[in-house]
Ligand binder design. Structure first.
Ligand code: UD1
Length: 416
């Protein structure tokens, strides 16, 4: 069951609901460790990455109680371990997000260097610098990062780059620190805001999340809570792009349209008619797609996680498009696979030049990482003929039952 087989060329049609955000669920699950009580999380997406994070919490001593497919109770009252082994940390970049909460709650943490999609070097220096500023001693040994602190204290921290993970990790550590912490040049991504809202629902004192300056006033403990994870703006974007690529008419529901603006603005520029509702976005495809240039940037710029899906769409647009990837240094691995399907794309450093073609043709291709896999699904849906995508475990890391949602919209896609 490691392959998607797609018979392309069918316009997607209908309505589909977006699930909870992977990139909000992971830091929120990790930050549940800060609570001294039970935390009920709703709209948790059923993804491999989330499953791994839940395993990590279990290994640390939390009791995980799956209420139903999208709800989990994290009971941290017996949290007693501070070591995240390589076997788990190596599977998931987001594993680093338990570092701040463990440091704040237990005063120590040992974690193997995190893994994740092979899209670049992905260092964790900004996380480490932040913890050091909060008073932690940090060493590395045998592939592990070890951090200890009797009591963290507030600090003023300027991030060299508005890293999403570093902002989340430092913010989570600082909520139990003594005194005030200010994070400058913080990431402003909606998932950072969702994490801050979650932490505040447990009694944390945070202001400014969603701006580049976040202020955290430390408290002595956090209580339990119930919290609903925000909808996944990247899943929404992927479905919208799939609809546009097939010339279909699709409404995605259960989303926060405001957060999808960087994406919908580009689709509008490509001549794809779009209607925004309060919690919905509808796309009315079928017209000629116009090439546009895309540059990935921190929010509210165009999201790097949508670069690969957008590249697939631009490969069948009229004209020449320039896609520039400024966030990760190795995020064009989908290009070679798209070219197998007839796309005309040249990569030079961090830029890809796409000459739109009339149509793609089905082929055997490989998903090299999560969003590259999503791009190939989109290409396969739009292509003439059959596409077989292998290594789809990458896709399962970040999309909950993607093929079921697409089948619901009339796609001919199955898992083999
Ligand atoms: C998060 C998302 C990921 C998304 C990315 C950018 C999660 C679980 N993942 O990843 O889907 O693509 O944001 O929107 O939320 N960097 C450093 N040093 C650090 C940290 C980061 O140099 O200590 C660099 C990275 O190598 C990268 C850039 O900063 O080039 C952005 O990374 P970051 O924002 O931290 O992404 P993640 O939090 O890993």
């Amino acid at each position: 069951m490691n392959t998607f087989v797609i018979q392309g060329g069918k316009p997607l049609c209908g309505t589909v609901a977006v699930t909870g955000s992977k990139n909000a669920a992971l830091p929120i699950l990790a930050s549940s460790l800060l609570s001294g009580d039970k935390v009920l999380l709703k709209e948790i997406p059923a993804l491999t990455d989330v499953k791994i994070m839940c395993e990590i919490l279990s290994v640390l001593g939390c009791r995980m109680d799956q209420k139903n497919v999208n709800e989990v109770i994290v009971d941290t009252r017996k949290l007693n371990h501070c070591i995240v082994p390589y076997e788990l940390a190596g599977l998931l970049r987001g594993s680093i997000l338990v570092m701040g909460p463990l440091l704040a709650r237990l005063g120590q943490v040992q974690i193997a260097m995190p893994g994740g999609c092979p899209i670049g070097a992905r260092p964790v220096d900004l996380h480490i610098k932040g913890f050091a500023a909060l008073g932690a001693s940090i060493t590395t040994a045998e592939g592990c990062i070890i951090a200890t602190a009797k009591k963290l204290h507030g600090a003023k921290i300027y991030l060299d780059f508005p890293s999403v993970g570093a902002t989340e990790n430092i913010m989570s550590a600082a909520v139990l620190a003594q005194g005030d912490t200010i994070i400058e040049n913080a990431a402003v991504e909606p998932e950072v805001v969702d994490l801050a809202n979650f932490l505040c629902s447990m009694g944390a004192k945070i202001s400014g999340a969603g701006t580049d300056t976040i202020k955290i006033t430390g408290v002595t403990s956090l209580h339990g809570t119930q919290y609903t994870i925000m909808p996944d703006r990247i899943e929404a974007g992927t479905l919208l792009v799939a609809a546009a690529a097939t010339g279909g008419c699709v409404t995605v529901t259960n989303i926060l349209p405001e957060y999808s603006k960087p994406m919908t603005a580009k689709l509008l520029e490509m001549n794809v008619p779009i209607t925004m509702g309060e919690n919905t976005i509808s796309i009315h495809g079928g017209g000629a797609l116009q090439a546009v240039d895309v540059k990935t940037l921190p929010f509210p710029g165009f999201p790097t996680d949508m670069q690969a899906p957008m590249t697939a769409l631009l490969s069948i647009a009229r004209g020449i498009a320039l896609v520039t990837e400024t966030i990760f240094e190795n995020r064009f691995m989908h290009v070679a696979e798209l070219c197998r399907m007839g796309a005309s794309i040249k990569v030079a450093g961090r830029c890809a030049m796409i000459e739109g073609c009339n149509h793609l043709t089905g082929a055997k291709v490989t998903a090299t990482d999560l969003r590259a896999g999503a791009a190939l699904v989109i290409a396969g849906l739009a292509a003439r003929g059959d596409t077989e995508i292998s290594d789809i475990h990458h896709i399962d890391r970040g999309y909950a039952a993607l093929e079921k949602k697409l089948q619901q919209l009339g796609a001919d896609i199955r898992r083999k």
